[in-house]
Design a protein around this ligand. Structure first.
Ligand SMILES: [Fe+2]
Ligand SMILES: [Fe+2]
Length: 147
């Protein structure tokens, strides 16, 4: 798959979350490069970065969505959980074999999954809570994500 460029439509206009999305997009693009070039030893670092994204960004985003009373929070949380289980499955099958041809295939599958997931999730799901972010302004300072 082609390298994904950051587009204005991806912007939530909320820097803390936009920055996390941008950093993860970099991981997605690096994964694509690594998989295409067959640098299989570097795949573990990619899986680790995916978990790191899930450990930090997902709770941050869910926390914001809760504060702004985003009505579709539960199904959004489910889609985050689905990402974690997809990545775990891919990582497991990557480690399940020593056959480099198979590992190469799984690396490509992983990279394509990440690209597809990124586009689908950012443009299809994260975008949906964007209009609710104006509510952050009305919360007391202590409730604001930035403080
Ligand atoms: Fe999300
Ligand atoms: Fe997100």
């Amino acid at each position: 798959m082609k390298k994904i460029d950051w587009r204005p439509q991806m912007e939530l206009s909320y820097p803390p979350l936009d920055d996390e999305h941008k950093r993860f997009l970099h991981v997605v693009n690096v994964a694509q490069e690594i998989a295409e070039k067959g640098f299989l030893n570097e795949m573990d670092a990619i899986y680790e970065k995916c978990y790191e994204y899930a450990r930090t960004h997902f709770p941050n985003e869910e926390d914001v969505m809760e504060r702004i009373s985003f009505p579709d929070l539960e199904s959004h949380i489910k889609s985050h959980q689905k990402f974690i289980s997809n990545i775990s499955e891919l990582r497991q099958s990557f480690h399940h074999t020593n056959d480099d041809a198979i590992r190469q295939k799984i690396a490509l599958q992983t990279a394509n999954f990440l690209s597809t997931w990124f586009l689908g999730h950012i443009l299809g799901r994260d975008k949906v809570y964007k209009p609710y972010l104006v509510r952050l302004r009305n919360l007391p300072p202590r409730m604001n994500y930035d403080s």
